[in-house]
Design a protein around this ligand. Structure first.
Ligand code: ADP
Ligand code: MG
Length: 864
């Protein structure tokens, strides 16, 4: 291999320092990448990979500097870091090698501007291993927010999952299980070390400082600038919220759907009435961190109630919020120093609404103590109103920012320009008269400045010397001239324009500094506005969806009447969703839920969890009435979420989630176990399920919803006082299964698996064979798990015979029959002919099981 060229040597030295970033190396109008960076970038960006020269065959690719932003954005999104190396000298002016320097490292946690979503915070977190426990320091560089807390491992895991950082830096290698957790959250976890200390003026505990220092140091190293734009750190206690671990957040689909990783189908998607991006960011935070303090919850509920009662207030507030821009991020840009005049106009419009909002809320301040007034920031508004034109340019280097009359000097420059232009027009007329050439014109270009242009045809009879014309440029069909007089005016006009531009730039920087003084106050107002926006959102959503105000129980009672699943009910037609009750208290705190597949067990359990979360967020809930305890934590084990990402088997994930609940739950927790033990052999699963229930019952006392397909478990209510059986009703009619989605007391006898298989249109032979097999299995099976483990078969059968069968009470059966009664008339009623003919036309062969079920549901809903 031949010796690298001086430029490649420069490149390689630079690359050595930024190993974990893709180096964008400025070469003229391009950013070039070489070696592995080139191979990677070419693949990720789908651009052509070339060779720098034939002999060395160095892989290389490049992007034009003017369109680099889009490419950088894509790399950041994919979790890479990008180091930008610029030319620090003008190549035209430099002999030999141009000096180059890395001026910024763009990383997923430190990007700003329009590369990040406005509806969620873009956090960079430092996870600091402090020996016994952890320190988390995190910041959103775009708003300057900086927070820090110290906590144990479990709390840390929950907290990190609430923060949902885009990038994590660590001071020491993490234990592998924790590392795995972190990498599930973000694909950018980097080890980073630094001894730099920063001047921290806020009241921060000394032991937290190293984490803050490390975080700040990283921000400075990547941004390569002073840190004026980052706020002083705020210390907080991570325990002030309901703890929701990663599993619970994911399983309950709070902000991201399990399958598609989108907002659609999540709890977050229900609250779609925020008016500002700040409100949306706060909302997401509230959903992930429900409150645990009764007063705080009630404070929010009080405001929601107020907005519900005072329709006009809510309406006008929403109206005012429509005009409020992202004050937090605008303030962040002022702080950072990349604010432009357009941003300040947005800020002005936002400020304009503050007195209005204040006025709206004032009459109610006595009702709502938490609703302290919004400050109007009138002086700042005044300052912006007087200075900046309504539609300024996006750049601050070309003038046109300030209003006429804002500054005397600027006005003078502008007059000189304006007068100059009038003078030029007059000169053109004068010259036309003098020469008699009507097409003579005075124009301007960047290279030659102002000139008089005369076409060649007209020049033939003209003695240019007589008119004092100096030739400046010859074109194919015209000549351009200048005169002494024109030259002088040009200096004046151009001078004035340049001076005006410089002046405006300086004035803008000054103005920006003045705005800086208001930032702490601006951020306070922004916070209040974000909260108000969330609360009006809650109220709007509650009204639209017929939610009710939850009562926070002092007796640890959970009693919900006519509860609905907030997300599922949205995708159904009005009144199609079947509401259900739930009652869990200290006497009966475990529900064992049975019912056929697709009957609604999972939906029911999730809805109880979601309603609890909603209430602790301070929101109304989908029910006719609700009394709820304050849960310290919700644990879930739901469905067979495919956990391919973490590389763990489904059963292992199941056990990990179960362990997490069983180790950490308290009597104030809610546990949701959905068909636990499914991922292993029957008796394995059954035994695990039973011992878990017993453990929860005897040692934890947490409110627990436990759905199961093991009918052997339903006898547990005899040995466990705190356990009650419930089931989701379904009815068999002419061998077909009808789902009622209604929760009833007692256990269900049949799991109807074969019915569901039939619904899914499995071949008849399989269905009938399965029916026979089932019969013979049932003759042998052990109905009550209380006897599992004893091998004395005779004794078992004796016990089994003695054991009273659990039957839903008579009344319930009557009720359920009443509900489905119309269905029995399905085929006799003439107005249902449409349904029948549709049934006949169905091509079942081409339907998926789900389609078949949906169709069934739709047909069912059509029946009169
Ligand atoms: P399971 O867990 O018992 O198999 P799911 O909870 O997954 O059943 O529910 C299956 C489907 O039934 C859901 O997708 C939903 O469409 C419907 N469903 C569930 N509960 C209700 C209800 N209360 N009212 C109406 N439809 C419901
Ligand atoms: Mg289910």
């Amino acid at each position: 291999m031949s010796k690298p060229t001086p430029m490649m040597t420069q490149y390689l030295q630079m690359k050595e320092q930024y190993k974990d970033a893709i180096l964008f190396f400025r070469l003229g109008d391009f950013y070039e990448m070489f070696y592995d960076d080139a191979i990677l970038a070419a693949k990720e960006l789908e651009i052509t990979l070339t060779r720098r020269d034939k002999k060395n065959a160095i892989p290389m690719c490049g992007v034009p500097h003017h369109s680099a932003k889009g490419y950088i954005e894509r790399l950041i999104e994919k979790g890479y870091k990008v180091a930008i190396a610029e030319q620090m000298e003008d190549p035209k002016m430099t002999k030999g090698m141009v000096k180059r320097e890395v001026v910024q490292i763009i990383t997923p946690g430190t990007v700003m501007d329009d590369m990040i979503s406005e509806n969620e915070s873009n956090y960079l977190a430092c996870l600091f291993d402090a020996g016994e426990d952890y320190i988390i320091a995190y910041s959103d560089v775009s708003t300057g927010e900086l927070k820090v807390t110290q906590c144990d491992e479990t709390t840390m895991l929950n907290e990190m999952s609430s923060i949902a950082p885009k990038e994590i830096i660590i001071n020491a290698a993490l234990p592998s299980n924790i590392d795995q957790h972190m990498r599930l959250m973000t694909n950018v976890v980097s080890l980073y070390q630094s001894d730099v200390t920063f001047d921290i003026t806020s009241n921060l505990s000394a032991q937290l400082q190293p984490a803050v220092n490390l975080l700040l140091s990283y921000i400075r190293d990547t941004q390569m600038r002073a840190l004026d734009h980052i706020d002083q750190p705020i210390e907080y206690a991570a325990l002030g919220h309901m703890r929701l671990d990663m599993y619970a957040k994911r399983n309950l689909e709070l902000t991201e759907s399990i399958r598609l990783k989108t907002k659609k189908g999540t709890l977050l998607s229900i609250y779609n009435q925020c008016k500002t991006p700040m409100g949306n960011r706060r909302l997401k935070e509230w959903i992930e961190r429900p409150l645990v303090n009764k007063e705080q919850i009630e404070d929010r509920l009080t405001v929601v109630r107020l907005f519900n009662d005072e329709f006009l207030l809510r309406h006008q507030l929403r109206e005012a919020l429509t005009y409020v821009y992202d004050i937090e991020r605008l303030a962040g840009r002022v702080q950072f120093g990349n604010v432009n005049a357009k941003d300040l106009i947005q800020l002005k419009y936002s400020l304009e609404q503050l007195p209005r909002i204040n006025e709206l809320l004032n009459p109610f301040s006595h009702i709502v103590s938490g609703l302290e007034g919004i400050q109007s920031l009138a002086p700042l508004y005044q300052m912006l109103e007087e200075s900046i034109v309504e539609e300024p340019p996006t750049t601050i280097k070309e003038g046109g920012i300030f209003k006429d009359g804002y500054n005397i000097t600027l006005d003078e420059y502008r007059n000189a320009q304006k007068n100059g232009k009038a003078w030029l027009a007059a000169l053109q007329t004068k010259e036309r008269e003098r020469t008699g050439i009507k097409s003579l014109k005075i124009s301007y270009n960047k290279v030659f400045g102002y000139y008089i242009e005369i076409s060649k045809a007209n020049l033939v009879n003209l003695d240019i010397a007589e008119f004092g014309y100096d030739r400046k440029q010859t074109l194919s069909n015209a000549e351009r001239f200048i005169t002494e007089e024109l030259k002088q005016k040009e200096a004046l006009i151009l001078g004035a324009e340049e001076k005006a531009i410089d002046f405006e730039y300086e004035a803008f920087i000054q103005l920006r500094e003045q705005v800086k003084a208001y930032i702490p106050n601006l951020k306070r107002q922004a916070k209040r506005i974000a909260e108000l926006d969330c609360l009006q959102n809650f109220s709007e959503v509650a009204t639209n969806n017929n939610y009710t105000e939850p009562k926070i129980s002092d007796r640890r009672v959970l009693q919900i009447k006519d509860a609905r699943h907030p997300v599922v009910e949205q995708v159904m037609e009005r009144d199609q969703y079947v509401p259900n009750d739930c009652l869990l208290d200290d006497n009966g705190f475990i529900y064992l839920i049975t019912g056929p597949n697709m009957s609604g067990k999972s939906t029911y359990m999730r809805q109880v969890a979601l309603i609890s979360i909603m209430a602790q967020m301070g929101s109304y809930v989908p029910a006719s009435s609700a009394e709820l305890p304050i849960f310290d934590q919700i644990f879930t084990r739901i469905g067979a979420a495919d956990d391919l990402v973490s590389g763990q088997s489904t059963f292992m994930v199941e056990m990990l989630e179960a362990r997490n609940a069983l180790v950490n739950a308290t009597e104030n927790s809610l546990i949701i176990f959905d068909e636990i033990g499914r991922g292993t052999s029957t008796y394995d699963g059954l035994s695990l399920a039973q011992s878990m229930i017993e453990y929860v019952h005897n040692h934890i006392g947490a409110k627990t919803l436990f759905s199961t397909h093991y009918h052997e478990l339903v006898g547990l209510d005899h040995s466990l006082d705190g356990l009650n059986n419930i089931h989701v009703a379904a009815k068999e009619y002419n061998g077909e299964l009808i789902f009622l989605h209604k929760i009833m007391p007692g256990a269900v006898e049949n799991s109807y698996g074969i019915h569901v298989a039939k619904l899914a249109d499995l071949p008849d032979e399989i269905i009938s064979r399965a029916g026979h097999l089932l019969e013979s299995f049932e003759n042998y099976s052990i109905k009550d798990l209380n006897y599992v483990g004893r091998d004395d078969r005779k004794k078992e059968n004796e016990l089994k015979a003695q054991h009273k069968k659990v039957n839903p009470d008579e009344q319930v059966i009557k009720e359920s029959q009443a509900v489905i009664q119309p269905a029995f008339d399905l085929f006799s009623e003439s107005e249902n002919n449409a349904v029948i003919s549709e049934l006949k036309q169905l091509t079942i062969e081409s339907m998926t099981p789900i389609e078949a079920l949906l169709k069934l549901q739709q047909l069912k809903s059509q029946i009169k």
